[in-house]
Design a protein around this ligand. Structure first.
Ligand code: NAP
Ligand code: GDD
Length: 325
């Protein structure tokens, strides 16, 4: 019989890539969406899988909706990708961020514990939990957490709860500590997509500049399509565990600008980029670079798409979309 998976955050970036992977593996996929008058299916439409997913409604902040869902669906695997995932806004909406990212996870874990404790659970943890901490410029499974944003703090609560339910109740709960991963369906407020969209608009004469914040921050950027494979692999192991998932490379925003602009034939991006303090953060995470040796060794996972390939993929996709508009 086909395995049944419930994915929260199905309309975001990772949800569609994970759903596509599970559908290819013959899973029955349920996708949790919030109640909207006009839901936005553009990301799953982009991957061509909208008709293959069964949508169920609920909300991470509504405990009874999650209890009912787990009671009725009894899924084999639950992938919790839902979140207020934008670090920048987490200072302005710290309470909402905590309700969705922290308490929402507690509600979902309890729903599984009460109604279907055999379900395997994946929690979307994040490199943002490390803050500026590292071991000589690299973060691994051994690096202590020191979050610097309300988002990072909310995710750390969920990370520890996920671990606690494993230790306290023997549940199969695993967290992926994923470093930044991007794609053509990345939200436009995140810096990579903001740049790829801006570069396409500048190239096609529709905009004159991109306004950005801190250009010196470094991130370990991978491709979302590669990273969702690690999520699935974590739930196929004999034992639950937590894993860092990263490419092991780090690049600044300036590096991203270099590759993106050069790809459309513009050698110097400086005349097209304005630094606007509005996009700077009250506390910045300066450098993320992950060591995912454990994931490589135990899951047999490794990233396939390089940094240059990722940037070009995103710019090409935006050139096509902006061209069609
Ligand atoms: P995303 O594009 O922002 O998607 C998040 C999804 O969560 C959206 O579909 C959103 O629904 C849903 N959501 C928000 N609040 C909700 C609520 N109250 N109830 C139900 N659903 C809710 O994020 P992503 O990039 O796919 O990331 C997936 C997960 O991985 C997130 O938990 C994120 O924090 C984590 N993560 C991401 C990265 C990364 O680099 N992408 C790295 C590490 C960890 P709507 O569509 O209705 O708004
Ligand atoms: N968004 C944004 N917009 N970021 C900017 C801008 C801008 O105009 N200018 C500079 N940046 C810098 C940010 O200050 C940050 O240092 C870096 O670009 C990346 O910002 P985001 O793309 O917003 O991603 P993030 O690293 O804060 O968070 C993402 O990755 C986390 C994993 O490390 C999100 O996907 C989180 O949900 C995820 O957990």
């Amino acid at each position: 019989m086909a395995k049944r998976a419930l994915i929260t955050g199905i309309l975001g970036q990772d949800g569609p890539y994970l759903a596509k992977l599970l559908l290819e593996k013959d899973y029955k996929v349920y996708g949790l969406i919030r109640r909207y008058t006009n839901p936005n299916f553009s990301n799953i439409d982009y991957l061509g899988i909208t008709d293959d997913i069964e949508f169920v409604t609920g909300d991470m902040t509504d405990e009874s909706s999650l209890l009912n869902l787990i009671k009725n669906l009894r899924p084999d695997e639950v992938y919790n990708l839902a979140a207020q995932s934008f670090v920048g806004v987490s200072w302005e909406q710290a309470k909402l961020t905590t309700e969705v990212n922290s308490l929402g996870v507690l509600y979902l874990l309890d729903a599984i514990r009460f109604f279907h404790p055999k379900a395997k659970f994946y929690q979307a943890s994040t490199s943002e939990m490390f803050g500026n901490n590292s071991d000589g410029g690299v973060q691994s499974d051994e690096t202590p957490f020191q979050p610097r944003s309300p988002y990072g703090i909310s995710k750390l609560y969920a990370h520890w709860m996920t671990r606690n339910y494993r230790e306290s109740y023997g549940m199969f709960t695993s967290s992926g500590i994923l470093f930044n991963h991007e794609s053509p369906i990345r939200g436009k407020e995140f810096v990579t997509r903001k740049i790829s969209d801006g570069v396409a608009k500048i190239k096609l004469g529709k905009e004159k500049e991109i306004r950005l914040g801190n250009l010196d921050a470094s991130r370990d950027w991978g491709f979302a399509g590669d990273f969702v494979e690690a999520m699935w692999l974590m739930l196929q192991q004999e034992e639950p565990d937590d894993y860092v998932v990263a490419t092991g490379e780090t690049h600044t925003i300036k590096d991203y600008l270099d590759v993106a602009f050069k790809h459309v034939g513009i050698d110097d991006w400086k005349p097209y980029v304005t630094v606007d303090p509005m996009f700077k953060r009250p506390a910045e995470v300066d450098l993320l670079k992950g060591d995912c040796s454990k994931a490589k060794e135990k899951l047999g996972w490794k990233p396939k798409v390089s940094f240059d390939e990722l940037v070009k993929m995103m710019v090409d996709a935006d050139l096509e979309r902006v061209g069609e508009e």
